[in-house]
Design a protein around this ligand. Sequence first.
Ligand SMILES: NC(=O)C1=CN([C@@H]2O[C@H](COP(=O)(O)OP(=O)(O)OC[C@H]3O[C@@H](n4cnc5c(N)ncnc54)[C@H](O)[C@@H]3O)[C@@H](O)[C@H]2O)C=CC1
Ligand SMILES: C[N+](C)(C)CC(=O)CC(=O)[O-]
Length: 501
Amino acid sequence: MSKLISKVACIGGGVIGGGWIARFLLNGIDVAVHDPSPDARRIVDEVLENARRAYARMLMAPLGPEGQLTFHDTLAAAVAGADYIQESVPERLDLKHTVIAAIEAAAPRDALIGSSTSGFRPSQLQEGMAHPERLFVAHPFNPVYLVPLVEIVGSPANTEAALDRAAEIQRETGLKPVRIRKEIDAHIGDRLLEAVWREALWLVHDDVATTEEIDDVIRFGFGLRWAQMGLFETYRIAGGEAGMKHFIEQFGPALKWPWTKLMDVPEMTDALAGKIGDQSDAQSGQHSIRELERIRDENLIGILQALRANDWGAGETLREMEDRFFERAKAVARATETDYRASMVLHETRVPGEWLDYNGHMTEFRYLQVFGDATDAFLGHIGMDDAYRSAGRSVYTVETHIRHLAETKVNTRLSVKSIVLGHDAKRIRLHHEMVDEAGQVQATAEHMLMHVDTEAGRASPMAASLTERLAALSPGQSGLEVPEHAGRPIRDIGWPEPEVS
Ligand SMILES: NC(=O)C1=CN([C@@H]2O[C@H](COP(=O)(O)OP(=O)(O)OC[C@H]3O[C@@H](n4cnc5c(N)ncnc54)[C@H](O)[C@@H]3O)[C@@H](O)[C@H]2O)C=CC1
Ligand SMILES: C[N+](C)(C)CC(=O)CC(=O)[O-]
C-alpha cells in the first residue's frame, strides 16, 4: 500500500533486483517481475525469505499485508499498468539501452523509470529515448531491503518535479533518497568505494596486508565511525575543540604526501586475482554466501536498531519506515472496521525458518513475540500511539497465559484475532487467538495489561479516549463471544501417590 504507487515493475531479479522486489513487496506494493533467467524465481524467493526474516526481527511494527508478486515471461507484460519501473539488468550499456527502449515502448506514458546502474550517467542511459525526462538513476546499496540509501541522479533532461516524485516514491518504501546535484560517472557512493577498493587492491598486491587484515582495519576501526557519522562530521570531531578548521590545518598537508596510489589501478593479472581469491577463501571460505548474507543482515539490523534508539542517521530513516508500518496497520484496521469488531484481526505474520526449534516447530518464545506484536497492533488501534507514549504514558504486560494447541510449521501464515475480555480504569484484559490459513487455531493467549505513568513508574488511569474505545469493543457491544477457556488457570495435576513398598 503506497499513496504514490500501486504497482511496480522490476526488470531484472538478480542480487539487486531481488532486493528491490523484497523492499517493495514488504512495504505492501504489488510487484511484477521480468527476468529471463531460469533461476530468477528461486533467487527472488531466497532474497524474499531473508528480507522477511530481517523485517520481522528489525521492526517493532506489525509487518502488515505484503504486496502481490507476479512473474512475467515478457517485459511488456510486466510493465503493463505499472506506475514505477526499476531496471536492474547487468551493467552493460548496450543491454541497458535495449531494455530501456523496450520499457519505454510498453510502459504507461506517465510511469517513471529508475535505473539501478552503479556507474552510468543518466544522460548515457537516456540516449535514444523518446521521453528521456522519465528516466533517472536510482542507485541502491546491497542488500536493498536493509540499507536505506538510494542515490537519485538526474540529467539536464529531467524535470525537478519528476526527480522530486522519484525521491518521494523511494521515501515511501523506507529509503533515504539523496539527490545528486550533478551527474557524474559512478555517482557519489561508488566514487568513494572505488577509491578505497583501489587502495586495498594495492595493499594486497604489494603484500602490505591480506584481505582479512584490511577488513579488520575497516570493521574494527573507521567502519564503525562511518556507519553513524560519515566522513566530515567524524573529522570535525577529530579536529578537537577548534573543529574542522584545525583538522584541515593539521592533516591537510599530508594529502600531498605520496600516501595513496590514487588513480593508479593494479593490473588485475591472474596472479593478483588468484592471490585475492585465495586470501578471501582463507578468510571467509568456511561460510556459504547465504550464511554470510545472514550474518551481514543480523549485524546490519543490530546497527540500525542501535541507531534507531538514538534517532540518528540511518536509524531515523528506520524509525520513519516503522511509523509508516504502524500507520499501515491502522489503515488496514480502519478499512475493515465493521467486521473487525467481529473478528479484530490486527496482526499477521509468516513463520520464518529460524523460528523453528529442534522439534521442527515454532519455538516457544516466538509465540510470545507474535502475541506481543498483536498486542502492539491492538494498542495502536485503540489510539495508543507514539504521541500518546511520548506524553509519558504506556502499558506494561503484567500477566500472560499461552496455550499451545498445534505444531506450528515453517512458512505458516499466521493471523491473530483479538478480543477485549474486560477493562477498568487502569487495566485491560486481552485475549488473542492465533490461527493458520486454514483457520486452525495454533495457540491462544490471555494477557493482563497495566496502564502506567512511565515517568513515575506506577499504575495510572488511562485517557478517556482509550476507555471509550475499549467500551465499544466489549463483548456486549461487539457481539464477540468470550472463549470458554478465558480465565482458566493451568490445571492442577497434583502429585503421584507415593509408592507403598
Ligand atoms: N551487485 C551490487 O552490489 C550492486 C549492483 N548494482 C547495479 O544493479 C544492476 C544489476 O546488478 P546485479 O543485480 O548485481 O546483477 P545480477 O547479475 O545479479 O542480476 C542481473 C539480472 O538481470 C537479469 N537479466 C539479464 N538480461 C535481462 C533482460 N533483458 N531483461 C530482464 N532481466 C535481465 C539476469 O538474468 C539477472 O538475474 C547493475 O546495473 C549494477 O551496476 C547497484 C548497486 C549494487
Ligand atoms: C560493486 N558495486 C559498484 C556494484 C557496488 C555498488 O554499486 C553499491 C554497493 O552496494 O556497494
